[in-house]
Design a protein. Structure first.
Length: 456
């Protein structure tokens, strides 16, 4: 008798249910990652003030560098692992996992050592004003101790997901975030350790999350990871790097934009009524608040990927189109809500992160109103970028991923302030958002007008 092949849920279940099932865990994971930065910002802002807020923004490019490195080894290792397992090469798969895990930790150690040795010049390069430098160095000196564990917990989460345990990844991240929050309150408010206390709380949260990841890797479902698999091998490491490179480039692009943004805010801020530190402090807070909204959008785009990818491969183009439309509709709804919140309640939001002068609040309100004006279209580019990647067109996906940060925002940050001063930095944001959304819309409309989509 012929075996009846069981239908894949991606092909048969309602698209809306599938999108919710895949998107919600991704959104939670993204939100937990954002919490690390938001929590530090909250406690430092309440206890230290605007100079402390500026200091965390100065140190933030290092966090982005760590995430970039975690993704190149985490995503690259997970991809190599899954490709090998799918091809029946189990012995190679476990070596990819082991090499990725060891390189995550070793890379973190290297970033820590470089940071500690070149701490002062790095903080100055990242745009620190003189009166913020002490706070930035104090925070980063302690936070750097957690870098190896940040890489291991972030990148290792992708390895656990590749092993078929997304719930374990979420548990690791959530536990680390809870530890960080509790210790932040204890160290900053009770012990009054200030910047060092906030940094120590973050590092300890990352250590706890990393230890859970290590436990998870020792108890893999699909392979048995041993010490010999952890020894780095050039062949395996190169393969991992090649598969994770695109994710690394995107994060490094963000780091470059952060550094240039800080330098521009410092330079043009010093030539305005706001001074050097106020623009840096405000932009750092607003960027991290905006990350909460983007966590929803990026999580939604990640939830779209398996649905669009499977059905495109199965030539179910109507389901591909429906999945994209539903993701766009959800993204648009979230974006409109975020836009209204940012435009109506800027002072209330910035007040959550501590007190400041009237000039401080004035700049924050302007930054919310101007820089985030096109928030209501900011769902288009991330969702469309992941859509193209999902349907096997990674070049278009990678191009869209780089449009806002590199093609538009970076040159606009450099050019507009030449004519508009500090206001030029603020107007660079909405201009880049609008252009990126417009390019994404044109590319997706051209894709969905292809014959196979229409005839269904």
């Amino acid at each position: 008798m012929e075996k009846v092949q069981e239908a894949n849920p991606l092909e048969t279940e309602p698209v809306g249910i599938l999108l919710r099932r895949f998107a919600v865990p991704s959104i939670i994971s993204m939100l937990v990652g954002s919490l690390y930065n938001i929590v530090d910002q909250f406690f430092i802002g309440q206890k230290v003030g605007e100079l402390g807020n500026a200091a965390t923004n100065i140190a933030f490019p290092l966090n982005t560098l760590c995430i970039a490195t975690a993704l190149i080894f985490g995503v690259g290792g997970a991809s190599a692992f899954n490709l090998s397992m799918g091809g029946g090469r189990k012995k190679k798969a476990v070596r990819f996992m082991g090499n990725a895990a060891s390189m995550l930790f070793l890379s973190g150690v290297a970033i820590t050592l470089v940071t500690l040795v070149f701490l002062r010049p790095l903080m100055l390069f990242f745009g620190s004003p003189d009166h913020v430098l002490g706070y930035a160095m104090e925070y980063t000196r302690v936070a750097a101790l957690g870098f190896p564990f940040l890489l291991l917990s972030t990148g290792g989460g992708h390895l656990l997901r590749a092993d078929g345990r997304p719930g374990m990844t979420m548990t690791c991240n959530l536990t680390g975030a809870v530890v960080n929050t509790v210790l932040d309150a204890l160290f900053v408010f009770v012990f009054e350790w200030g910047m060092q206390g906030a940094a120590l709380a973050t590092a300890l949260g990352q250590i706890v999350a990393a230890m859970l990841v290590v436990w998870g890797l020792k108890h893999c479902r699909t392979v048995k990871l041993e010490k010999k698999h952890l020894i780095p091998n050039f062949h395996y490491v190169i393969k991992i790097l090649s598969l994770g490179f695109a994710n690394w480039v995107n994060q490094v692009a963000m780091m470059v934009v952060q550094i240039i943004m800080n330098q521009s805010l410092k330079y043009y801020g010093s030539r305005s009524v706001y001074g050097e530190s106020v623009p840096i402090a405000c932009s750092g807070i607003i960027m991290k608040v905006n990350m909460l909204f983007m966590s929803f959008v990026i999580g939604l785009s990640q939830g779209l990927q398996p649905i669009a990818g499977f059905n495109y491969g199965a030539k179910n183009y109507a389901r591909v189109r429906e999945a994209y439309h539903r993701a766009i509709l959800c993204g648009a709804s979230l974006a409109v809500i975020a836009f209204l919140v940012f435009q109506i309640f800027p002072r209330q939001i910035i007040s959550v992160f501590g007190s400041g002068s009237e000039v401080y609040f004035q700049f924050a309100e302007n930054y919310f109103h101007i820089f985030l004006f096109f928030t209501f279209v900011n769902f288009m580019q991330p969702i469309s970028s992941n859509f193209f990647t999902a349907i096997g067109k990674p070049v278009r996906g990678a191009f869209l991923a780089l449009t806002r940060q590199i093609l538009f925002l970076l040159p606009l940050i450099v050019v507009l302030p030449l004519f508009m001063g500090i206001d030029g930095v603020m107007y660079a944001g909405p201009a880049a958002d609008f252009l990126a959304a417009a390019v994404a819309a044109v590319m997706v409309l051209r894709e969905l007008k292809r014959r196979e989509y229409i005839k269904q």
